[in-house]
Design a binder for this molecule. Sequence first.
Ligand code: GSH
Length: 206
Amino acid sequence: MTNPITVYHLPRSRSMRVLWLLEELGLDYKVDSLEYIPGKFGGAEYTKIHPLNKIPAIKDGDMVMFESVAIMQYIMDKYAPGKLRPALDDPEYGPYLQWLHYGESTLAPIVATLMYQRHFFPVDRRSKDVEAWAEVELAKVLSMLETQLGDHDYILKSGFSAADISVGYCLLLVRLAKAHAQITDRIEDYWDTLTDRDAWLKMSKI
Ligand SMILES: N[C@@H](CCC(=O)N[C@@H](CS)C(=O)NCC(=O)O)C(=O)O
């Protein structure tokens, strides 16, 4: 690729999903490392890329886009058709899409709620009720993941897919939220399998 994608990145943020995917696919990319500035991630310049200063975003030629899972779909469709996902006529295609989005639409908001209640909000703005609600919800959504995993290594029976990247990133957030009580042995095994992958190991050092 002559003009690689630029990934706007902050360690531990959702840009890990994008870098992990690019590593799995063996695609070339550039990283624009952003500063952690509470209230304005990436600083004033980054507002030109993402008006809400949320991470990640990518630049591909003149095209700029954000939303981590949409970015993943864009990269796969454009640069790696057919890779890291089942074919459209495969019975696993629907479940694949469901789990790809489960990572950001279902899992991430619950973990984020827990993180705000435990870390980000000032103590006098935290709510024990909201925290308790998030703990119960997290146990439920992780239990669904556990059921899906069954006795296979990854979310899909057919093997590793982009859905594992979407969901797997959230398991890092679960750890950062110190929600260890909700991490069962099965989920821990899955985490170990994911973080043993070469692409994870390389990406997590960026
Ligand atoms: N749904 C978005 C969420 C983006 C997001 O909230 N990113 C976090 C970092 S992981 C962020 O930028 N937080 C700062 C903020 O919300 O102001 C995505 O998947 O890209």
